[in-house]
Every structure is written in C-alpha cells, then in structure tokens.
Design a binder for this molecule. Sequence first.
Ligand code: KIV
Ligand code: ZN
Length: 516
Amino acid sequence: MTNRVQIFDTTLRDGEQSPGATMTLKEKLEIATLLDEMGVDIIEAGFPIASEGDFEAVSKISAQTQNAVICGLSRANIADIDRCWDAVKHAKRPRIHTFIGTSPLHREFQVKLDKEAMAEKIHATVSHARNLCDNVQWSPMDATRTEDDYLARVCEIAIKAGATTINIPDTVGYTAPRESADIIRMLLERVPGMDEIVIATHCHNDLGMATANSLAAVEAGARQIECTINGLGERAGNTALEEVVMAMKVRHDIMPYDTGVDTRKIMAISRRVASVSGFAVQYNKAIVGKNAFAHESGIHQDGMLKHAGTFEIMSPEDVGLTESNLVMGKHSGRAALRSKLEALGFQLGDNQLNDVFVRFKALADRKKEIYDEDLLAMMADSTTSAGHDHIRVKFLRVICGTEAPQSADLTLTIDGTDHQITSQGDGPVDATFNAINKLFPHEAELQLYQVHAVTEGTDAQATVSVRMEEKGRIVTGQASETDTVVASAKAYVNALNKLVVRRTREVENAMEASAG
Ligand code: KIV
Ligand code: ZN
C-alpha cells in the first residue's frame, strides 16, 4: 500500500446538491478547469440521469478535462448506468460510480429490497457498469449504519463483479473517528480482494467530524478521500478538501500521506466556489475563512512580528493567500487587472476582460482603494447578470429615515419595456421589494436576505444574497454595490431572473419528454 491519497472532488455533484447551490453550465465548466489545474485526481462532475442539464455538464466536463478522471453518479439500475456512461465515455479517463443504500433503514424504507434481492442487484449492476467501463466505483450508501456482516458481504460481491474502487459513505454524518477507522480495518480483514482495490471514504459533517473521520479512515487504509471545496454539500456539508489536504501537509510528521494537490490554488478556487454557489464562507472557517490568518490580539500580533511560527502553523502563501490584499486603484491598467483576476481564479477572454474593465473603472471612480474582495464581488455580479436578463433594475430612488412610511420609486425594464411604480414599505428594502413584486408578480417566497460588507469603511460595497422558493424551485441571487438598497434590488431581481430560466427550462423538458 502506498502513501499516496487520491483526492476525489464532488463539489459539482454532492456539493451542488445543497438546496440553492445550483450552478450554471458555464460555472461548472470553470470550476472543473480549476479543479483539474489544482491537481485533484478525480472530479465527480454530476448525476447524468438527474436532468438534461446534469447530463450536458458531465459530457462537456468529460470532453474538456485534461488530467483528472471524470466520474458520473448513477443509482443501481441499468438505465442510470447507461446514461452515466454516455456522459463520461468521451473523457480521457472515465469512471462510473454506482450506489445503493445498504443499511437496514435504507433497505426497508428507501430501496424496499431484502438482503438477498439487494445482493443480486449489486452483482448485476456493478457487472453491467464494468462491461462498459474499466474504472468502476461502487458505494454502499449509509455504510456506517450497515451491519458489519452485510457490509462485508456486499463489498465482496461488488469486488467480484469488477468494482475497482469501493467507497464507504458516512451518508448521514453519524460516525466518529475510531469507528470510521474500525470499519475500514474490518473490511480489509474480512473481504477477499479488499486490499487490491482502492478504498474510499466519503463523510458528511453533521456532527462536525467529517475531516477527522476521513483522516482516520486513511490511517486505517483508505486511499481516496471524497470531499468538496469549502465543505459545500447537503445539510452540514461534506468533508472540506482544503482541510484534509492541509492537515496531511502540515502534520506530515504524524500523517505521512501525499496528495497531488497544488495547495497554492486553494484560495482562488474557494472564492470562486463561494461566489458561484452563493454559499459564503464563514469568517472563522479553517484554512479559507477571512480570519483564518488574521491576528487581532496584541499578544498574537507581537509574537507574529518576532517570528511567524509563534502563532501560525502554515503560511498564508501555502494556500495561495497573497501578502497584501490592497490591490488596485483607478490608475491600474488592463494587464494588471487580468493578472490579478487570474490569481483570484478567473480566466477571461479578451472581450470579457474589456467588459469587466469598464465595470472596474466605474467602481474605481466610486472607491479609491479596490481590494481582492471588491473584485470578487464585482465578478460575482458580472457573472450573475450576464447581459441577457429578462428583468433589469433601471432606476431606483428611496425615501427613508425616521418618518414612516419609507417609499421606493422604481423603474424595471422587463423584456425591453420600462415599467415604473412607487411603493411603500417598512424600511427602504421592504418598500423596494414591494415595488418589484408589483411590477413582476410571482409566487416565490423570500427565504433568506443577507447583507455582507465586502471590506471595511463606510464606502465599502455591500454584497446582498437572497434565496427564494417557488413550488420547490429554490434560487439564489446576489449583487454588490456601494449602495445597499440598490444591491438589494439587484440581488432580488437576479434571483427572479433565475426563476424565469428555471420555469422555462422545466417547460422545455416537459415538451421534450412528451415529444419523445
Ligand atoms: O453521501 C452519500 O452516501 C453519497 C453517495 C451517493 C456516495 O453521496
Ligand atoms: Zn454524500
């Protein structure tokens, strides 16, 4: 057994499954490029049978990716596996990942199969996948709550049917480090051939132990960690890629395992994923949080000035954090902007750079000092409002202050035509949202409204995020402006534009389904 641990990134599959974290095709292609350049070994690009959009994303990522293995997910049935193969087969190195829930609860209530019937299904589906592709991963979902005897038995069946990787998911984030390691050791001891395939660990973070559980599994013999950037994922998320990779690097003395990840690319991809998913990184998040390398207290600052090692176990540069984030101003040119944006994870063509440069200059006219965070907010804005929006904010003036009612005078351009209204509300944001709702009536409910100051100072941009839900469709919107109420209006309109796209896509899919 070698000490090389493969990094399997599932940001685009398990991460994207978080309610509201939906990414566009363009965003998924961009994240896949960054993951490949960063050196992850396997990219789980999506769940091809889930939707036309997922199929297209997995196919395109397969076609464009240079180094990483491209993996698609499929349930344990022939139609899913065939669809998955159709999406990944053009990859230089394709993989089919198929799974079934093996714990008593999953057998009885979800899959509704007894032990024997499930064992047969596993044999049939893994064999089918292996006939299509020589790289097959099989997962007994909810493995950590599956009886040892049955888990060992189904792993043996999957290996005999041709699985080359067996993944042990802690689907509900229930296990703890000692148990996570014990399960891997038990399988290595009891299952013939277990030491000849790759064992993977896939942990969720419901009890905050995903990183510890993954590393414990590695110590017991797992050689693939499944993880996501920023720990994105359903509920409390998945194991965070940056945490496991940096833990093995910083504590190589006690965890002597290597990965192929270029850790200096971590910050850029973390910021990009936060921006496209709409899931901001908490300030004190390990490795990638805004405060992860900030030293506030006098004692810490004093120590840092004398020797960085006094309070720092890794250097900011190791994760790609540049020393000073004061970057640009209105005299900065196009080349400087391009190189700064590349360092932040954006690859821009010439036309795109020209558009962004115009926005940068407008921002620099309003704000003397432009920080990394300002550029990130500006980029999030220019990628979310891509110029072909159905609704746009043309004009907004609000009256607010101690005397109620507050009011908003708003003009929206809807499909090229201007519509104007004045509306009142409990505060300027409420008045603005009421005005938008009157001009563009909808049934979506606002689930989240959040404001973040991008940098310090009263001239800082505000990034506003909203999440809305209409009949099970969840959409997020984001916008950044130095005026908080304008940012709020734009974020709300951004979410409504996504809702319009979702509704149209659903109608198209239904029409295609009835035609086919
Ligand atoms: O958490 C889980 O069990 C999964 C499987 C599909 C591997 O994501
Ligand atoms: Zn999962």
